[in-house]
Design a protein around this ligand. Structure first.
Ligand code: HEC
Ligand code: HEC
Length: 303
């Protein structure tokens, strides 16, 4: 009877929360993951063999590049901030404007983007076929090296880039000592102020589009979802970003306009919610956000 009550209690504890923990493991095809991991880190996918996916998505350092805008081949500068690849498997769409429906479709983008990797798939397939990769692909895929299989392997690897066991997830699972009192207060403020209305679910974001600048013009140069749909009502709507590991992914926002998390929190309160919050509240929310750093993905820990 006692055990039954405990189970019931922890179950309701979990379901009552608008944020759910990252699972401890995820199912993936090990062979494809190994191949995808190699491709992800290999500059062979770029036109001049200088840039890999990892150049802009450093998995052990937040899964992004730490820059306002990314640099691609020939030093070309982009005009949008690199998001993290960590936990991206849980995003409902990929890219700030959601133009890719999943990770495999996403992976086609940077390779063919002239200012990122600047390559088309035809020469890449040739390069891979005349390297050791040819045998590896043939072992896994009956149709060998082709575009579909290249992005399939990369997507399978990216699937494994989950960061479980953040202090906050441990707290959600019932360990009440996993986070500090300030972090608990910060979580309450995050909910009470309405941040949770947009940042919720397993990725604390990543599950819908919302307007950047709800209460006040955010002076965004990019038009967000409108760039894809041309619908007036989609202007300035961006995929709400995940806040997992956010401490490690500065600079922030799609245009990288802020370096400090406290400035973003203040901005979000003002521009998304029309609220002026105190420095103490900002500090506590930042402290809560810092409890969202998870573990380095398992596929990156073992070689
Ligand atoms: C030159 C830097 C650069 C390189 C190289 C690069 N990316 Fe990106 N990546 C970006 C930028 C910038 C964005 C955001 C673009 C946008 O939203 O319009 C992005 C977006 C993404 C996203 C979407 C994440 C999200 O939350 O929407 C994933 C996943 C991703 N990249 C994976 C990859 C993979 C896989 C490769 C290699 C095939 C790669 N990237 C190569 C800069 C780069
Ligand atoms: C109405 C929806 C909405 C609300 C409410 C909201 N946000 Fe956001 N948040 C967004 C969107 C959309 C973005 C991305 C904006 C962009 O860069 O275009 C974002 C971005 C962020 C970022 C930057 C993430 C990154 O990787 O660049 C942080 C941090 C953040 N929000 C925290 C908060 C906090 C804290 C609150 C409450 C004070 C809050 N948000 C309230 C929609 C919202």
């Amino acid at each position: 009877m006692k055990l039954f009550l405990v189970v019931l209690f922890s179950f309701s504890f979990l379901t009552a929360e608008p944020i759910t923990p990252i699972p401890l493991t995820i199912k993936a095809d090990i062979q494809k993951v190994k191949l995808g991991k190699k491709l992800f880190h290999d500059p062979i996918l770029s036109a001049d063999n200088t840039i890999s996916c990892a150049s802009c998505h450093d998995i052990k350092n937040g899964g992004d590049d730490g820059l306002k805008f990314a640099f691609g081949i020939n030093g070309a500068e982009g005009d949008i901030n690199s998001p993290t690849v960590l936990n991206s498997v849980y995003n409902f769409r990929q890219f700030w404007n959601g133009r890719a429906k999943d990770l495999a479709h996403q992976a086609e983008g940077p390779v063919e983007n002239p200012i990122e990797m600047g390559e088309s798939f035809k020469p890449i397939v040739q390069k891979l076929k005349s390297s050791n990769y040819n045998a590896e692909f043939n072992k896994i895929y009956s149709d060998g090296v082709n575009k579909k299989n290249i992005v399939d392997a990369i997507a399978e690897f990216e699937k494994t880039l989950i960061t479980p066991n953040s202090p906050f997830d441990k707290y959600l699972r019932g360990d009440t000592t996993a986070i500090t009192q300030d972090q608990k207060d910060g979580y309450k403020l995050f909910k009470d102020n309405g941040c949770i209305a947009c940042h919720h679910g397993i990725n604390i974001g990543g599950n819908h589009y919302n307007k950047f600048g709800v209460m006040k013009d955010a002076k965004s140069k990019r038009l967000g979802r409108f760039e894809v749909t041309q619908n007036e009502s989609d202007k300035f709507f961006f995929k709400v970003p995940s806040l997992r590991n956010v401490e490690m992914t500065a600079p922030y926002l799609h245009d990288g306009r802020y370096d400090k998390l406290e400035d973003v929190v203040k901005f979000m309160a003002r521009y998304q919610l029309g609220r002026i919050i105190t420095q103490e509240e900002i500090d506590k929310i930042v402290s809560f956000l810092n409890s969202l750093n998870g573990e380095i993905p398992e596929s990156m820990r073992k070689q």
